[in-house]
Ligand binder design. Structure first.
Ligand code: G16
Ligand code: MG
Length: 220
């Protein structure tokens, strides 16, 4: 039986992806670079600095490393302004009930997010109290698809990665979970890639899936 459930943040527990889009779009418009929502979807789970490289593409060489750090900081400033609007109402009762249900069933819960803003988002939405551990962009040097953030989450929970399952909306995140030896559960954009062990139409379906997974552990 899996003992740890690790949740991606953006796209799974909260929907900050639109704020990322608006912030990158503001920067891209200023730099006269094309950027649209479908390009933004390619950045799910990818770190801020790596996202900037993907946006700049061949224009990356026009900027020094210090200038690129400033550009990423500029984007983060716009993003943080949007995050100020977040409140506990940005997380549904259903999500909170699912987290409580998992706890009641004996699971340890963690967040595994590439975002350096994860602690702020968890605090704004009053989600922090549901989790036994948080591994985020402040704790890692390599972002998804590298498994580092999920391995840290398992370590912080005191569990083997093999006893953890990861819920992710990004293909890079599913690859990270598999590379780390965890069970990978895909939702949203990650579903189409066919790399996950299980898929969900939405987080609402997680309790039914967990019940099914527990049953198959008992009978196999
Ligand atoms: C999130 C987003 C990514 C973002 C990354 C870093 O990852 O999906 O688009 O680039 O965090 O965010 P920040 O700039 O706040 O450090 P996740 O892993 O929560 O989906
Ligand atoms: Mg995500």
């Amino acid at each position: 039986m899996k003992k740890g459930m690790i949740f991606d943040l953006d796209g799974v527990l909260v929907f900050t992806d639109h704020f990322h889009y608006l912030a990158w779009k503001k920067l891209a418009d200023r730099l006269n670079i094309e950027f649209n929502e479908s390009m933004n979807n390619q950045l799910r789970g990818i770190s801020r600095q790596d996202s900037l490289e993907l946006i700049l593409k061949e224009r990356s060489t026009d900027y020094s490393e210090a200038e690129k750090r400033k550009l990423a900081e500029e984007k983060n400033g716009y993003y943080r302004e949007f995050l100020q609007q977040m409140s506990p109402l940005d997380v549904s009762d259903e999500v909170r009930n699912i987290l409580r249900w998992l706890k009641g069933r004996g699971y340890q819960l963690a967040v595994g997010s590439s975002s350096k803003n994860a602690p702020f988002i968890l605090q704004r939405t009053q989600l922090s109290g549901y989790f036994d551990a948080v591994a985020d962009g402040n704790h890692i040097t390599r972002s998804k698809p590298d498994p580092e953030v999920f391995l840290k989450a398992a370590e912080y929970l005191g569990l083997s990665p093999f006893d953890c399952a990861v819920v992710e909306d990004a293909r890079a995140g599913i690859q990270a979970a598999k590379a780390g030896g965890m069970t990978a559960i895909a939702m949203g954009d990650a579903v189409g890639a066919n790399e996950a062990d299980y898929t969900l139409d939405s987080l609402s379906d997680l309790p039914a899936l967990i019940t099914k997974m527990e049953h198959s552990f008992k009978t196999s």
